[in-house]
Design a binder for this molecule. Sequence first.
Ligand code: 4AD
Ligand code: MG
Length: 449
Amino acid sequence: MATESKSLGTLTAPRAFISGLDEHVGQEVTIKGWLYNLRSSGKILFPQLRDGTGVVQCVALKNTIAPELWEALKGLGQESALAITGTVRADERAPGGYEIDLRTAEVFNEVRDYPITPKEHGTEFLMDHRHLWLRSRRQHAILKVRHTVVKAVRDFLDNDGFTLADSPIFTPAACEGTSTLFEVDYFDGEKAYLTQSGQLYNEATAAAFGKAYCFGPTFRAEKSKTRRHLTEFWMVEPEMAYATLDDVMTLSERMLSYIAARVLDSRAEELKTLERDPARLEAIVPPFPRMHYDDAVKLLHKGHDEGAMETRFEWGGDFGAPDETYLSGNYDKPLMVHHYPAEVKAFYMARDPERNELALGVDVLAPEGYGEVIGGGERATSLQFLEEQIALHQLPKEAFEWYLDLRRYGSVPHAGFGMGIERCTAWMCGIEHVRETIPFPRLMNRLRP
Ligand code: 4AD
Ligand code: MG
């Protein structure tokens, strides 16, 4: 489907990028990229070129360019690789505000029959061609937002005095329950598991640095095919020594507000491409509503009484996606539900001293049905309590001895949370499914490409 590189004139002008054309108005530049689209109208060709930083329309007039260049350009298919040289002209009507009057070009790879065309394709087809789909405008915009979310998270935590201390990916034991563990053969018959959360290690680094975070790939053998679940996702997990549930809620609302502001500030173009209403993100400012689990259950009961919720929620259970959607539906900001029953939460959660059956945990539920974007809380400090919990959850004690050392040597109240980058990005973008927020998604039924 491709031919060798073909030179059709000398490209002598300095290289420029489409995002920086404003600095080159009136100058001749070379843009190296791929053919996004090609229109023709009699003796004029309008090749649209993309270079990763944007898309620009070029104008090639038959009677001002070499005849062989005209012939070559005329037949180029979508995603042909080419470099063009021409003069930048400001044009208010042009999509990016600039056009290029093409003088010459070099074709690196002539493409025919690019599989992804402007017509509609099914999601499975597009997911099978994810390696190519990434080039399309919408996917490009989503991943640009992701980059900004990641950058915002790092800047926020770095500026707030947190030390980046990444946690291991091979781990000897479960952190978030044994049902979603991916098992790996380590050496000499030993089993290892891909990390479900760096939290336990963060508790060690928080005792070393005061405030620490890890940020990396996280694995869950989730047997659920929902729009919120990946088997491999990226999680940022801050952890603070001498901190409480309340501190976690405050940090969550500050961090999410910061992320939204950064996305609004640096991704206005992308939000436009995604048809995301910026007002949704402008609303994400502190304070966020805080709701006790008991009150959340009352609200769900009200929803049931009014016919909005099909089944009557039973106190003690964890919320499902419809419950979360209903609860957060009353707010245009994230809703922080705290004090969940300990029964539905992880073994390490601290208990409410007044009501032992409740855990000092919080889930931050994003508006618009995006559900839980952050989960966290205060950690148990007592050695004896944790020994009991480890036994109760049938976890291998020897794999947790190092963790228990943290309670033997300098145990203090401490707290933290985890935020999934993909869920946060999907929410920022206003898109349906987390699978489009990571370059190569891993799902229960998808390991390729
Ligand atoms: O609520 P989770 O399971 O919390 C923890 O793992 C804690 N140990 C974190 C901590 O306190 N340090 O997961 C935290 C967040 C969720 O709120 C969600 O955003 C994301 O991780 N997440 C997933 N994202 C995509 N796919 C999945 N399968 C996810 N599971 C959790
Ligand atoms: Mg959770």
